[in-house]
Design a protein around this ligand. Structure first.
Ligand code: AMP
Length: 416
């Protein structure tokens, strides 16, 4: 189907590696996993992402189920996380909740490199505090994560879109500026100028860009509290040695953002260069009928992150085969299977042939599978009570008692 992909084993090893690193770093910062449904009631997204955003007006997979209820394949998961937070009264526990998710999202966009209709996000949310240190520490975590993946060439773009109070003032100024120029803009922008002027700043139409560049910036219209918040975030980023660029147009394509917004981009990605984005959404819980609960989060575009990693980093999947068990003669099948079971129980990754084969053929299979070692079990080995362990990269062979094979191989694997 257009815009969807099959990820084959040649690729999934890297995906797993990236997800493992994500879980590890999120765990280190005390985030816990949440799994929400892929299907949600359509109203959830209209109320949170915003009725006049591209996502809601053009991109959602929405359908009626058999009882005429309107359902939508989630286009993003922050709304679902906050819905779950409210539905399960997590706020009653008090304190801060740090939650993360990994999974598919659906948007009916025009497919191109790095843009799919089913794509994957690794997302994390902090609910329950609007402290600027949360923003800075969160960005620090992302920088550490990218470092673990070996990704060093990227830009952190940062902006503040203010709170409802200063946003109202800013929107007045923006509307006035738009009144003068909107006739020269695309049809969508003319409509947005009246319904949701902030969205004009997201417009991607080429001829609108010079006009958008000339529009007033949110950063110049922040109220004192929002200004202070932003200065504290940038100050803490500097203290942590995290470089960033101010991006005055970065308002993000969803209506729920307040104050800090950010994106990270990579030059190796082409047109779709943003591989993650997020920010603060202090009013979202209330928009969804919950108690006032400030929040901050990120959605990492896993597809794009992996494209960037493939092109610039040397991260390797953890999917090498440790051992191939080659056995000769029916009498060797049982001891060979037993050895394979023990090695697998010990955590090694093991493959074994299911038919008796000549040694040469077994070794051919072992090297095609990329096995690091081959254990050879023939009549001679059975009589001697010691198996041959062959290092496939050097060709060296050692005779080892069956009970010691796992330990010896593990030691050699550790030495690299
Ligand atoms: P958003 O949920 O729009 O804030 O997007 C967060 C991140 O998800 C973006 O920076 C992209 O990396 C990724 N993303 C969004 N839409 C798509 C898509 N259609 N295909 C692939 N990745 C996407």
């Amino acid at each position: 189907m257009k815009g969807t992909r099959d990820l084959l084993p040649a690729e999934t090893g890297l995906w797993q590696r990236v997800e493992d690193e994500a879980r590890r770093i999120l765990g280190a910062y005390n985030f816990r996993e949440i799994r929400t449904p892929i299907l949600e009631q359509t109203a959830l997204f209209a109320r949170s992402v915003g009725a006049d955003t591209d996502i809601v007006t053009k991109e959602m997979y929405t359908f009626e189920d058999r009882t005429s209820e309107s359902l939508t394949l989630r286009p993003e998961a922050t709304a679902s996380v906050v819905r779950a937070y409210i539905e399960h009264n997590l706020f009653n526990e008090g304190g801060i909740h740090k939650l993360y998710y990994i999974g598919p999202m659906f948007r009916r966009e025009r497919p191109q490199k790095g843009r799919y209709r089913q794509f994957y996000q690794i997302g994390a949310e902090v609910l329950g505090s609007d402290h600027p240190t949360i923003d800075a520490e969160f960005l620090e975590m992302l920088v550490l994560f990218l470092g673990r993946l070996g990704l060093r060439e990227y830009n952190l773009l940062l902006n503040s879109v203010g709170c409802p109070k200063c946003r109202a003032e800013y929107l007045k100024v923006l509307r006035q500026a738009l009144d003068k120029v909107k006739d020269k803009m695309c049809g969508d922008c003319q409509r947005r100028a009246a319904t949701n002027p902030l969205r004009v700043l997201d417009c991607k139409v080429e001829t609108d860009q010079p006009i958008i560049e000339s529009l007033p910036h949110t950063l110049d219209h922040l109220c004192p509290e929002c200004r202070q918040h932003f200065d504290r975030v940038t100050g803490e980023l500097q203290q942590r040695g995290i470089p960033y660029q101010i991006a005055p147009r970065l308002v993000r394509g969803l209506d729920y953002y307040t104050r800090t917004t950010f994106e990270m981009t990579s030059n190796v990605l082409g047109a779709q260069n943003a591989f993650l984005g997020g920010g603060r959404y202090d009013g979202l819980s209330e928009m969804l009928g919950g108690p006032p609960t400030p929040g901050f989060g990120v959605a990492i575009g896993e597809d794009r992150l992996i494209l960037a990693v493939e092109q610039t980093a040397s991260l390797k999947p953890d999917d090498r085969l440790d051992i191939y068990v080659a056995w000769m003669g029916e009498g060797a099948l049982h001891p060979a299977s037993q050895l394979a079971r023990e090695l697998r129980r010990d955590g090694l990754s093991v493959e074994i042939g299911y038919e008796p084969m000549k040694l040469k053929k077994s070794l051919g299979i072992a090297s095609r599978l990329g096995a690091r070692f081959t254990v050879i079990i023939g009549e001679g080995e059975l009589t001697a009570g010691r198996f041959q362990v062959k290092d496939m990269s050097t060709g060296q062979q050692e005779e080892i008692e069956p009970a010691r094979v796992a330990a010896v191989v593990k030691e050699k694997l550790q030495k690299g």
